[in-house]
Design a protein around this ligand. Sequence first.
Ligand SMILES: Cc1cc2nc3c(=O)[nH]c(=O)nc-3n(C[C@H](O)[C@H](O)[C@H](O)COP(=O)(O)OP(=O)(O)OC[C@H]3O[C@@H](n4cnc5c(N)ncnc54)[C@H](O)[C@@H]3O)c2cc1C
Length: 412
Amino acid sequence: MTVKSTGGVPDRIVVVGAGVAGIAAVERLRSLGHSGKITVIDAGEQPYDRPPLSKAFLLGEAGLEQIRLVPESWFDENDVELRARRSAVRLRPAEGSVELDDGSHAPADAVLLATGGVPRPLPVPGGNLPGVHVLRTIEDARGLREALVPGAGAVVIGGGLIGAEVASSAVALGCEVTLIEPVDPPLAAAVGTEIATLLHRQHTQAGIRVVTDTVARLEGGSGRLTVVTGTGKAFTADVVVAGIGMTVPGDLARTAGLDTADGVIVDRFHRTSHPAVFAAGDSARVCGPDGRLHRREHWQAAQQGGRAAAAAMLGQPPAVPDPDWFWSDRHGVHVESVGDLRGYGRHVRRGTSGSLPLTVFNLADDGRVLGAAAVDDPRAIAAARRLIGAGAAPDPDLLADTSVNPRTWLRG
Ligand SMILES: Cc1cc2nc3c(=O)[nH]c(=O)nc-3n(C[C@H](O)[C@H](O)[C@H](O)COP(=O)(O)OP(=O)(O)OC[C@H]3O[C@@H](n4cnc5c(N)ncnc54)[C@H](O)[C@@H]3O)c2cc1C
């Protein structure tokens, strides 16, 4: 890609993908003073937020208007050209442009790939039968909403974040829900075993049949599907939802010669192997100092990645990243996790095991907070985010004491 630039700064920037990563990048480009042309290309009808798709949108409590990422007027106000319902089909480095699916070209001295991902297909016979739903786009959510009518039998495959939220919404919509998940409890690496167990148990308490098993195959006929598990159990359903993670289509990146590994490989500045191409959000794999590639498929990571890429495009240092943080809502509770909850370190509990609110901290040997996960305790997580960022080692007794206001921990 030829770089037409002012003092090393690209003049014409194309952002492919108007999800949270792409929009955050554009916001940051403008706030850092970039005044050149910005074109945003997105395959969807207009930019919207994905987390509500499995929650308020699926429950019919919010429509497209409520889940827009930015108001329609935002593009004009920020002098940004939005090419909606258009796909980027090829990056053309030699010509300094991006080719769109209508044959037109957007001029580009630099490109940000913020193309997100697609649901991982069910890798079993019958995995793509009609009636098997996935959830990534608003069209997916509309289709699922139509299928999840009261009394419908729904089998949800996968008890991770999206599967659990869909199961929760489906039971709230009056469906007979079966959740099939091979690991008990799922999400232990993300929220720690104690909270993962509490969350997984909530499904049963809500009336969901939880089956710990793999899925071997799906069989279809006359509008009903049968899900057969690895141990030979069979569950018949009107609707099947597969929530088994996501994958990143690589054509755009590969034809541009970028290094990929189920995502575009970037350094911590979100630079790809091509000097004029950057990547952020779910489609990026950030190479850590240890050489390992990190998947960070959460909203805040996408927002931070977009902002960091924008700074790097303009040759400016990125902000110090916040520790990884995500949330989930299911069965009327709010879950948050920040930092590292994996099985090492000393766990300190704030609250009573098995009841709410509950927070679990993961402390390093020297007492520093490595991570925290909570159900219905956002103040504890807000404080934990700052403790982790500061490398602080608060008194564990104060962390555990539910009568102590979390703000107190920050004063140490
Ligand atoms: C149902 C659901 C619920 C979620 N809930 C939570 C939650 O509660 N908490 C949390 O932290 N995270 C949640 N997430 C994850 C979070 O939404 C994602 O991490 C985030 O949306 C990633 O943003 P992104 O900008 O990288 O990608 P996306 O939001 O996927 O945006 C990518 C955009 O690129 C466009 N695109 C792709 N290819 C092309 C192309 N070739 N040309 C033009 N446009 C293209 C797509 O149309 C899309 O609009 C959820 C995700 C889903 C799907």
